[in-house]
Write a protein that binds this ligand. Structure first.
Ligand code: PMP
Length: 308
């Protein structure tokens, strides 16, 4: 990771290397953080946050589930996201706001004496699964690790602790030579990738696991659903079997980091022609067209970052 100049930390902009926390911080021991990944895209020479309002709102929603009260109001955090990009002189970036239980008590049920710390960093980050995968497709496997069961650790909350599951899935995939792993829900149906939602195309229809299948209801997933509808495609959110992966016409991942990444093969079986599918390419073009200007931003997803 290449350091940028400044990180917003508990209300002030600090030099990158000074944005630190105590080793006895609650979140470090118990996973008690909620965070976001937000992409900033350059359009006509200016930075725009992609659905930044939706991301910041999700962070507040996630904090609420864990009864964490973020000690800054929404506008302060939203403005600090913009400020972190601007002060680092970035035109495109990956923003990482995080709110976490800090240093106070070592007890698991953190009381009032444990503060909620907030930090916002902006870094430069290219294609998550590689430039080549964006075009040719990623090689993925079904993980031997399943996702969390309903009413255990909430899969719909983007909390630090959830990423232990993602680490097991992704590390196993890499160890076996794949780019990424897909997790199954506790009932054996498909859930999502380690850090991506999953879409399947069959007979021209887009299929994706519903929110009930231990997924994070991704903002990119929602973006794709809306773009696909606007393009005239039918989209169904429904439970999907593992075996349906192997006979899909096309598959792709969605996520802020992964953007839209085609899947070329699963468990060494080629999907379709074994490279990016036709509909996947169209949806990818519509998505990236939002930033080149080729796709009209009719939903108002691009939010200005620069101070004007
Ligand atoms: N699922 C998981 C487990 C993730 O970590 C992410 C990335 N935030 C996603 C799905 C995709 O969500 P989004 O499109 O909001 O980034």
């Amino acid at each position: 990771m290449k350091p940028t100049e400044t990180i917003w930390h508990n209300g002030e902009y600090k030099p990158w290397h000074e944005a630190t926390t105590h080793v006895l911080s609650h979140a470090l021991h118990y996973g008690s953080s909620v965070f976001e990944g937000i992409r900033v895209y350059e359009k006509n020479g200016e930075p725009f946050g992609f659905r930044m309002h939706d991301h910041v709102k999700r962070m507040y929603d996630c904090a609420r589930v864990y009864r964490m009260v973020i000690p800054y109001d929404y506008d302060t955090i939203y403005d600090a996201c913009r400020g972190t990009v601007n002060r680092n002189g970035l035109k495109s970036a990956y923003l990482r706001p995080i709110a976490f239980r800090g240093y106070g008590t070592i007890g698991v049920a953190a009381g009032k004496n444990t503060p909620i710390d907030v930090a916002i960093a902006a870094i430069e980050w290219g294609a998550y699964l590689g430039e080549e995968a964006r075009e040719k497709g990623a090689r993925v496997c079904v993980s031997s690790w399943q996702r969390v069961a309903p009413n255990t650790i909430p899969a719909g909350v983007k909390a630090g602790g959830n990423y232990l599951s993602s680490q097991l899935i992704s590390m196993e995939a890499h160890r076996l030579g794949y780019d990424e792993g897909i997790g199954l829900a506790s009932d054996g149906t498909l859930s999502e990738g380690a850090g991506e939602n999953l879409f399947m195309i069959r007979n021209g229809v887009l299929l994706t696991p519903p929110q009930s299948e231990a997924i994070l209801s991704g903002i990119t997933r929602d973006t794709v659903i809306r773009l696909a509808h606007a393009m005239g495609y039918e989209v169904r959110e429904q439970p999907l079997s593992r075996e349906s992966l192997y006979t899909a016409d096309e598959l792709f991942f969605t996520g802020t980091a992964a953007e839209i990444t085609p899947i070329a093969s699963v468990d060494d079986l080629d999907i379709g022609s074994g490279s990016r599918g036709v509909i996947t390419e169209k949806i990818q073009s519509a998505f990236f067209g939002l930033f080149s200007g080729e796709t009209e931003d009719s939903f108002g997803w691009l939010e200005p970052i620069a101070d004007n």
